[in-house]
Design a protein around this ligand. Sequence first.
Ligand code: M6R
Length: 587
Amino acid sequence: MCGIIAYKGKGNAASIALDGLKRLEYRGYDSWGIAISSDSRIGIYKHVGRVGNAEIPAAMAGKPARLAIAHTRWATHGGISEKNAHPHLDCSGKIALAHNGIVENYQELKKRLQSQNHKFASESDTEVIVHLVENYMNLGVKKAVQKAVSELKGRSAIVVLTSNGEIVAARKGSPLIVGYGDDEYFIASDIPAFLQHTSRVMYLDDNEMVSLEQEPRFYSMATGKEIRKRIVQIDWKVEAAEKGSYRHFLIKEIMEQKDTLWRAANQDEQKLVKVAEQINSAYGTFLVGCGTAGKVCMTGEYFFAKIAKKHVNYCVASEFPNYISFLTPKTLMIPVSQSGETADVLEAINAAKKRKVRIISLLNVFGSTMMRVSDDFFMVNAGIEKAVVSTKATTAQLSVLLLLAYASAGNLNEGKRLLLDTASAVNDMLNPRYEEHIRKLAEKLYEKEHIYIIGRSLNYPIALEASIKIQETSYIHAEGFAGGELKHGPIALISHDTPCIVLAANDESKDEIISNAMEVKARGAYIIGIAPDNNEVFDYWIKVPDAGNASPIVNIIPVQILAYHLAVLKGLDPDMPRNLAKSVTVK
Ligand code: M6R
């Protein structure tokens, strides 16, 4: 949520910062802004809407500045307007600040600052931080930032630029990474912001600060003392963060599932077995995630029940506080998160850690906060996922949970064989003809108001996930149900031509889900079957490989493609759906 970039170096700072923002846009796209420092002055430019293809503002195009900070916003406090866009200025106009996070105690701080005659120009919670920094500036910018941040409640990452040419950034709960270029330095919320310049990075930990001097210097915010940190060489490829020949990231990432399932399957087997043993002996295991990752966790619960005959709990991270009294040092938590930065999951982890619960995460972003606070982790190896709508990370997470369930049953080899066969079948499935068949379906559906999805057993959570995919991309009202639940109420929603997607795996639930399809068809529904075999009840059939217990992985993929084409046909941006952002770093 919100993307920050700061630059200091020999290049044109405004232009490099703007370019970085374009690569961070998936983190928020309500408004954006840049501040530069040159000739002892701060120049600032803000704009409502997306960065898109914005050019460097005319006022900044003249004499290039060497220092800049920039921000792309996902609004929390205060409407989407120029005045609420970041960076924000202090009263003197000599300090600019960009922020990712929420200042939970901003009302109290604002009142205090107003009583001290600070003038506020926005409704944003962020603005209190720049006035706090201003209050302490007589101590020097580093001390001022340290003192200001110590007064904030909630998760934040900030970057401050002064008219004296100083850049200081601080992390308190939200991510910041420093990039080491050739005589140039970057600070950003995420690596793609500067990946085209450098792959040498330093991760800021919580309660650490960095000051861009001759070179970056790091400080503990608790003690104010300088600390030494290690540069990490990351092996991400620039092309992985680009669209390449694809029109959108979303379809690129869907198609990348040809490879990502192999990579997800390529886990350290000893570690899988060891973690499976820990699950087997734990006094309760909780799979915890949000949104799509939450649906992956729910599928995980079904995997363990069916494959390992083992009960594990799944829990939506924001609801985890309800389970805290069940936690003991023998409990295991498995957080699932693409970004590794989702605030609700981090809160759940914090609560669990206080009760000495062991944390083993499933992550896609190396170096993320969750990786750093977990006792152990699996990387799902899906590669950079930029579309807000999660696809390849989802199937990679499902793959690792499937392996863990098989390992827990003592049959890891069988699970691995199944997953490799599934990867190979998905590879064959994802061809242009297949995509076209689903695009034609999208043509039939894109003007509909409602789409329902039903599934049973392993595919019940996938029906829920399918609804998220369609909601996010097309803004069509989509809702997933357990097939058996329809007759208890939702069937009242079905009328003539109502589209209903039926996930019919070749498993013990097949006959029943087909019966459920019949029930809705009898009430006029238009039935789209996603299944290995055609059936007379289907009005439109999308074939998927018969993947046994891996059916959730293959069944979600056609829905991802459908969701993509619904967005395209409706003229919507599939990569950046309204109101959303990629990493939800606020509660
Ligand atoms: O980064 P995370 O996996 O923790 O993100 C969790 C959700 O915010 C995320 O899955 C969200 O639901 C996606 N937009 C779904 O496509």
